[in-house]
Design a protein around this ligand. Structure first.
Ligand code: MRU
Length: 350
């Protein structure tokens, strides 16, 4: 069983990832043969983006199962608990990581024979990955109805094919609009400190043939004030039950500026990004990353020696600032506590 997309390749014995730290100028691949190597790849940002992390962790779980497949059932299950914990400890904010691990771990309840179980887990990981592509295309289909021919969109961070298994969420909406014959122009925030916008989003959009204008993050407000933007579309790392959204640091500022300037602010995300157990955004854990991401650019120090640094990787945008949440089941509107509750009760009935 294998699968190959822009973000990952599952060969049956290993997981090959495009090294996103080196894009766009160097296209290099890293092969992970163990669950520890997959955990390292997530932690070190070789792969990033909420849905991508989830699918990659599921394949990491399968590699762990293959590593321990010679053990007897009880000891195998004990080892698999550790595999799950190690993969879950890589990054704290994107809930898709925990969602995918929970989904694949629960498959272990069904079968006693270890060999049979390994192939069931492999099938499940491939299913998670294929499902992600289908889900993104459905998000695109619903989301593109919000855009008109000739619209200009602003996006922040990378919610494209590279942040998912393929196709993308926020960029999936733009892609679907273009596939439906609409001409769309995109302003891309460079997204300091990690530069996912300039390195990844701009690269993806240019390859898709979309007119792409790169701006630094502090230009977004002025661009909107000049009336140059018809809609903002971003992805999400975790959505609380009331519709509060955690996404890449800087998303909150963009949402405030969009609201101030009367620009609709849309979030595109799969239902697996909604953490129904979390009441509101204050309960979402926010990852803090290394100080070097702020003090250095491309390995070169730019900040004064001795300066203190604060580097939260995500922020939370309150639900009041969000015009709609685009999912694979349709476009959710305010009040989100209602529309999300209804969505989950429908899911339960399926
Ligand atoms: O730190 P990253 O690069 O993993 O952060 C990614 C984002 O914040 C994306 O916007 C989010 O995961 C949505 S991806 C479809």
């Amino acid at each position: 069983m294998n699968l190959k997309t822009i973000t990952l390749e599952w060969t049956g014995d290993s997981l090959v990832l495009v090294d996103q730290r080196k894009l766009p100028h160097v296209v290099e691949y890293i092969e992970c043969k163990t669950y520890q190597e997959v955990a390292r790849a997530i932690k070190e940002m070789i792969v990033r983006g909420a849905p991508a992390i989830g699918a990659v962790a599921a394949f990491g779980f399968v590699l762990g199962a293959k590593q321990f497949s010679n053990l007897k059932e009880k000891s195998f299950v004990e080892h698999m608990k550790t595999v799950k914990e190690v993969l879950a400890s890589t990054r704290p904010t994107a809930v898709n990581l925990f969602w995918a691990l929970e989904r694949i771990y629960n498959k272990m309840d069904q079968i006693d024979d270890v060999d049979q179980l390994v192939s069931v887990l492999e099938k499940e990981a491939i299913e998670i990955a294929n499902e992600d592509i289908k889900v993104n295309k459905a998000i695109g289909m619903y989301g593109q109805t919000l855009l008109k021919d000739g619209d200009t969109v602003l996006t922040h961070c990378n919610a494209g094919a590279l942040a998912t298994v393929d196709y993308g969420t926020a960029l999936g909406v733009i892609r679907a609009a273009v596939e439906n014959g609409k001409k769309i122009r995109v302003y891309v925030d460079e997204t300091r400190p990690y530069l996912q916008g300039s390195r990844l989003t701009a690269w993806e959009l240019v390859q898709l043939g979309v007119e792409t204008i790169l701006i630094t993050d502090n230009m977004a407000g002025w661009v909107m004030k000049q009336g140059k933007v018809n809609a903002v579309i971003v992805g999400a790392d975790r959505i609380a039950a009331n519709g509060d959204v955690a996404n890449k640091i800087g998303t909150y500022s963009v949402a405030v500026l969009a609201n101030k300037n009367g620009v609709p602010f849309y979030v595109a995300a799969p239902i697996s990004t909604i953490d129904i157990k979390i009441k509101d955004g204050t309960q979402i854990p926010i990852e803090e990353r290394s100080h070097e991401e702020v003090t250095h650019i491309n390995g070169k120090r730019i900040a004064a020696d001795g300066v203190k640094v604060y580097n939260p990787a995500f922020d939370v945008t309150e639900h009041e600032l969000i015009s709609a949440i685009i999912t694979q089941k349709g476009v959710l509107r305010k009040p989100y506590s209602e529309s999300i509750r209804k969505l989950f009760s429908l899911e339960d009935q399926m």
